[in-house]
Design a protein around this ligand. Structure first.
Ligand code: 4AD
Ligand code: MG
Length: 445
């Protein structure tokens, strides 16, 4: 009896008969030969049907097959030096499970709206398959990294009574006669957990009612948030650097082929980033650089971008793009103005208008992938901040307890999983890095 295996196992079955189950990707033929490009989720292999070697039913089935029909193939694994995989299947018999009729995604070019409308089918395409395979590897690498560093995984709730990252991007929902919000970040809960476990992280979906239609924003995305008791800003940056390098190393080790062959990713920057020592740039220096840069550019009458950067302001997508283009690896920008950051940031002792915050910006114009910093330790300062940010104090009482009962300095950060995968895979738009993207104008399929 032939054994049922998956395509990524064929190397162990040379010259043996096997059963494969999957879908027809593409097909060609000539005379008495049919060449089926066959995929099963673990890989793609060519299955060759030679009319003389099979019964009539199998030959007819091979002729009838359409793109994305599902089928069961029985055949012999043979060496094939012409294919990348190194093997092909010489078909002995073939059974159609379901004949697909008019599969909408054909090998021709389709517009992105059409593809997004058909996301449930688009997932089967080579490029999408590669991106989501890499996402899966990144997710596992993240867990392995924290596990290896002695962190405890503590999941944060999704229904929350309060805002963490400002009130303008909250999704609100009715909660048994009360109001709840979908979480924007698990950070506040991680601070509580850090007091229990020392080093913790959460990994879950987060929600932002972002009204922006940029290539960097989703309304639902996955965030990974470590929090470490008694850690300060410099060590936070060290952690983010080690963490990023660990992820890059894992993906390069496992998916060099997908990156180069399928995604046509230039690996130079990823490999340079593996050397570490991500430059650390003070916000004031970054702001001065941007201001000079725009003023210089503005001298060119053809220039259509900004003409200055006002110190004190937040970075927009373009600012991040120009700034990061100056570097060959990710950079940390630290000590943003307190006024543009969340209520919980520790003020900079050297200049209290600044905060002990940090963003890690990816090179090649990808921009912010990590945001974090040191948390404000002083109860009175936090009370003032909650007030100044127009937040309801009652909802934060539990958080303030962390300052009342054994307060401690702590720091952490949030990594946007999709931002990291977008940079690593080198694709243009964030929406292809999540299986079913949620955007301002899209909640389906
Ligand atoms: O910079 P953010 O808003 O930081 C926080 O939420 C902190 N509470 C994290 C912490 O310190 N524990 O978000 C963190 C990261 C960003 O750097 C970005 O990668 C991602 O989350 N992110 C988004 N990704 C996709 N779509 C959006 N709308 C995103 N907003 C933030
Ligand atoms: Mg941020």
């Amino acid at each position: 009896m032939a054994e049922y295996i998956r395509i990524n196992e064929v190397a162990d079955y040379l010259d043996k008969d096997v059963v494969l189950k999957g879908w027809l990707f593409n097909k060609s033929g000539k005379g008495k030969l049919s060449f089926l490009q066959f995929r099963d989720g673990s890989g793609i292999i060519q299955a060759v049907v030679f009319k003389t070697n099979v019964d009539d039913a199998t030959w007819e089935a091979a002729q009838a097959l359409t793109q994305e029909s599902s089928l069961i193939v029985t055949g012999t694994v043979a060496a094939d030096t012409r294919s990348k995989l190194g093997f092909e299947i010489q078909v002995k018999s073939l059974e159609i499970v379901n004949l697909s009729d008019g599969y909408p995604i054909t090998p021709k070019e389709h517009g992105s709206n059409f593809l997004l409308d058909n996301r449930h089918l688009w997932l089967r395409s080579k490029k999408q398959h590669a991106i989501l395979t890499i996402r899966s590897t990144v997710a596992l690498a993240i867990r392995d990294f924290f596990d290896g560093e002695g962190f405890v995984n503590v999941d944060a709730p999704i229904f929350t009574p309060n805002a963490c990252e400002g009130t303008s991007t909250l999704f609100q929902t009715e909660y048994f006669g009360d109001t709840a919000f979908l979480t924007q970040s698990g950070q506040l809960y991680m601070e509580a957990a850090a007091a229990a476990f020392g080093k913790v992280y959460c990994f879950g979906p987060t929600f932002r009612a972002e009204k922006s239609k940029t290539r960097r924003h989703l309304t639902e995305f996955w965030m990974i948030e470590p929090e470490v008791a008694f850690m300060e800003l410099d060590e936070d940056m060290n952690l983010a650097e080690r963490f990023t390098m660990f992820i890059l190393e894992r993906v390069l080790e496992k998916h060099r082929d997908l990156l180069v062959d399928v995604l046509e990713r230039d690996l130079t920057v990823l490999e340079t980033s593996l050397k570490g020592e991500f430059p650390r740039v003070h916000y004031n220096d970054a702001a001065d650089w941007l201001d000079n840069f725009y003023k210089e550019k503005a001298k060119d009458p053809e220039w259509e971008g900004k003409t200055e950067f006002e110190k004190g302001g937040d970075f927009g997508g373009d600012d991040e793009t120009w700034l990061t283009k100056q570097y060959d690896r990710p950079i940390f920008v630290h000590r943003f103005p307190a006024a543009i950051k969340a209520f919980y940031m520790e003020p900079d002792p050297e200049d209290p208008t600044l905060s002990l915050s940090v963003d890690m910006l990816a090179p090649e114009g990808y921009g912010e992938v990590i945001g974090g910093g040191q948390r404000a330790g002083d109860l009175d300062y936090l009370l003032k901040q909650i007030d100044a940010h127009g937040l309801p104090k009652e909802a934060f009482e539990w958080y303030l307890d962390l300052r009342r009962y054994g307060g401690f300095p702590s720091a952490g950060f949030g990594l946007g999983l999709e931002r990291m995968v977008t940079w690593i895979t080198g694709i243009h738009h964030l929406r292809e890095t999540i299986p079913f993207p949620r955007l301002i104008n899209r909640i389906s399929p």
